[in-house]
Design a protein around this ligand. Structure first.
Ligand code: DON
Length: 307
């Protein structure tokens, strides 16, 4: 029997489409030129079935969604204790590009804001690794999660690098605070490279499904992320994944999620499904307007709220 899910996803997409709120991120030239009419949604079930609707092959840069997965990689490479000694787990309540260091420890408040993500990036492979080694490690890990080889979008990387003063400043502050020990420029360039990895909604839904499936890849059945890391990642996604909109998100949608400025959102409902949406126009907090609407509708109609 044909699954009713693709038609349902099409309906969710068309319900969100008339929402004209928000604007494409304008601080990265290539993102500002995005086609804002593009929209897509994909569900990847933990049993390996994948359903999508809309522009599901359109590629865009992963941006901040990479932070969730690089946090898992940092835990694997440096160990949870070392990661926790450098990065907190509290929501900052501030924008993603604020410094947001804890007063008593100097730790960035969480790994989902830029300061925490730059720190997590600096712990990948080892604190003395090169930018190329870290990029290769992250590209391989993300490709394995997606189930296909991913690539860096060099145009997005160069565009963001041209205007990286704020992230560079965060990098230097982290070095001065004793949180990162490598060259701050190297850490920030690597972080910007990880944000410029191209994906589509099918890749993201599959990556989220690994989180939803306790770290086991739904198709290959390999344990890709240790279960303890998955719990850590989903916890910080729940409290900090949608930035200063985390409270709104948890109450209206109710599953762990992460957004990126290119307009994608991922969600992971443990034991059930990995979700990904894409629509480039974002609100003032950095979350895709139509993506939030699609996730709210899915949560309401499919009963996905965890509480
Ligand atoms: O650090 C930055 O500004 C970007 N490369 C990533 C930011 C991002 O995706 C924040 N998301 N909503």
């Amino acid at each position: 029997m044909k699954s009713p899910i693709p038609d349902y996803l099409h309906h969710v997409l068309e319900t969100a489409r008339p929402n004209e709120g928000g604007a494409a991120a304008d601080y990265i030239e290539t993102l500002a030129n995005a086609d804002t009419s593009k929209m897509a949604i994909c569900l990847s079930m933990v049993d390996g079935n994948v359903y999508s609707a809309g522009d599901d092959k359109i590629e865009f840069s992963i941006q901040s969604i990479s932070k969730a997965f690089v946090y898992a990689i940092a835990i694997e490479d440096a160990g949870l204790d070392q990661v926790l000694s450098k990065i907190g787990v509290e929501p900052s309540g501030d924008r993603f590009n604020q410094l947001s260091l804890e007063r008593n420890t100097n730790r960035p408040m969480n790994p989902m804001i830029n300061a925490g993500a730059i720190t997590a990036h600096s712990l990948v492979v080892s604190p003395t690794a090169t930018l190329d080694q870290r990029t290769e490690r992250i590209l391989n890990a993300l490709s394995r999660l997606a189930g296909r080889q991913l690539h860096v979008d060099e145009e997005v990387y160069q565009a963001e690098l041209k205007d990286a003063d704020r992230n560079m400043a965060i990098g230097y502050m982290l070095k001065a605070a004793g949180i990162i020990t490598c060259d701050p420029q190297e850490a920030v360039r690597g972080y910007i490279r990880q944000c410029a990895i191209n994906v589509n909604v099918q890749d993201l839904a599959m990556m989220s499904a690994v989180l939803a499936n306790a770290g086991v890849h739904p198709v290959s059945n390999e344990q890709i992320i240790p279960q303890t890391s998955v719990r850590q990642v989903l916890s910080v996604m729940t409290t900090c994944g949608m930035y200063d909109a985390a409270g709104d998100w948890v109450s209206s949608v109710g599953f762990p999620a992460k957004s990126g400025v290119a307009g994608a959102i991922i969600g992971a409902l443990p034991g059930q499904v990995g979700i990904a949406t894409f629509s480039p126009k974002i609100d003032e907090r950095g979350n895709s307007v139509r993506g939030v609407a699609m996730c709210q509708q899915l949560s309401r109609e499919m009963g996905l709220h965890m509480m």
